[in-house]
Design a protein. Sequence first.
Length: 258
Amino acid sequence: MSDFAPQLHAAMRAARRAGEFLRAHFRTPLPVDEMLAHDIKLRLDKETQQLIEHELRRDYPNYAVLGEEGRRVAENQPEWIIDPIDGTVNYFYGIPLFCVSIALRVQGKVVLGCVYDPMQDECFCALAGGLATCNGREIRVSPRSQMRDAVVFVGHGTHDGSGAAGIERFAHISAQVRKIRILGTAALTLCYIAAGRFDAYIENRINLWDFAAAALILERAGGQFLFTPTDAQAEKGSVLAWNGALPLPQAANLPFEP
Ligand code: IPD
């Protein structure tokens, strides 16, 4: 369990540095690299990933990187999985719901996850086999077992068709639960379920960097995470995540499509 503790500390340090950088630029004019129908690519996305990689390279110069803003291939090396800003659209619109996500994958398994919310100064972490924590304190999923008591997140994806599927799912689930929420950041959503604040999350198509760290955190907090890949590299797919107590797979009862 503690084998990767030094790497987790390096990830936490890098995530906090990136968080400071993002806080400093929040609600300032931001250069846009690409404006898509349902997504925005900021220059800051790339700059934040560069900052994170720079921090991590100091201790781990040879590790591979798989990031939303580029990858570095290194055969037989552990691989950092990085989302420099999860919730870029929120960030751009001045909504303080976004985070930095860093995971480490070794021989196909995620061994650590760190998700940092710079606006709340909350750092969610887990090592494989260890406890899930927020700012050093153990977190656990909620015990809610009835759909009628649940608050569920339904993601509105950025890819063709997945937004429409999200809306269909929204209608189906909203009739069964207390509230539906859409936070706009998959990683933070999963960490909120891990911390027992909310209960479940459904999204049709998200990327590995959006959930790699947070899925481990959720699992170590007692939650369930079901990922159905839609590509051969298992880098994108649909997600069902919940506190482990709700009958979410039965309640969702909808086809998941790429
Ligand atoms: C997005 C967010 C959003 C989810 C999208 C992701 P990004 O990540 O996690 O909640 O619905 O599918 O692409 O682009 O802000 O890193």
